[in-house]
Design a protein around this ligand. Sequence first.
Ligand SMILES: NC(=O)c1ccc[n+]([C@@H]2O[C@H](COP(=O)([O-])OP(=O)(O)OC[C@H]3O[C@@H](n4cnc5c(N)ncnc54)[C@H](O)[C@@H]3O)[C@@H](O)[C@H]2O)c1
Length: 316
Amino acid sequence: MTDAKPIRRIAIIGTGVIGASWSSLFLAKGLQVVATDIAPNAEAALRKFVETAWPALTRLGLSPGASQSNLKFTPDVAQALDGADLVQENGPERIEFKQKLYGQLDELLPPDVIIASSSSGLTMSEIQKGAVSHPERCVIAHPFNPPHLIPLTEIVGGAKTSEATIRRAEEFYTSIGQRTVRLNKEMPGHVANRLQAALSREVYYLVAEGVVSAADVDTALSWGPGLRWGVMGSMMLNHLGGGPGGIEHFFQQFTGPMTAWWKTLGSPVLTPDVQKKLIDSVHAEAGSRTIAQLEAERDEVLLGLIELRKKAAKPS
Ligand SMILES: NC(=O)c1ccc[n+]([C@@H]2O[C@H](COP(=O)([O-])OP(=O)(O)OC[C@H]3O[C@@H](n4cnc5c(N)ncnc54)[C@H](O)[C@@H]3O)[C@@H](O)[C@H]2O)c1
């Protein structure tokens, strides 16, 4: 561990989809949360979100001291930052907005406070141009929605981020149960979203070409590779795919066919007509099930899977 002071109080900037979910997770981990947002109904919406998320977080296990009463809200950004050990920034995904905000945060915060951005698509090298005094304490800590359930945080610094900031961020997110992935260089969309984008491109292509329906492509994905990917990643599964000969044998056997398929992968253009075809196929798959019912179906199995994986990951 570094000798920096422990991270106990988090300032949340922006309490929309991601800020509300991060707040719930931090509270469940026994941390103090002070949130701020400019939207008129933000506090009520945030408290409602946390209350709704709490049963799932309780099922996954609350840390000592975890309580919804550790949540404070203020519309005043300076008040939210007062005494914070780390800032999790979840404001709108616009570079001018973030640069201006980082200028303000940089002026208000002591230099040893990390400013972590949830940004999905902007690079820290661009964002930290706004933090003139201490850009070295700014880092991307990108969650996978919803962060209170999905324990993945991608960490990547910008040109001016210090190694100490990256290390401290890795330690902090790991200490609250996140699996952290460090990117050695900046990439648009980071890693997990690029993987999703690559796969979605082929999914849309296959449905748009009429090869399969949305229902069938989803069955092929979620009952085939998806089941395995919920347990192990692609590289390790390739190692197993090679049998006793492992990854070396996998490449001997599959390099030819796999690279031949790559040449036929699609690049669909999402014209209004193509989108309509995809949308109609998704509605046929969803049938009479509402979004809320589908979310409940997803979350019930997801919680079970997360519990199982946590159990399997415990040292024996
Ligand atoms: N939605 C996702 O799936 C997802 C996943 C990972 C990361 N992210 C990233 O998280 C960030 C937030 O995305 P979101 O989906 O939660 O957006 P959102 O629109 O739901 O929330 C943004 C919030 O910021 C608030 N806000 C605007 N100006 C503000 C200010 N000056 N001070 C404080 N709050 C302010 C808005 O009122 C709003 O509540 C983005 O950078 C996005 O790239 C989003």
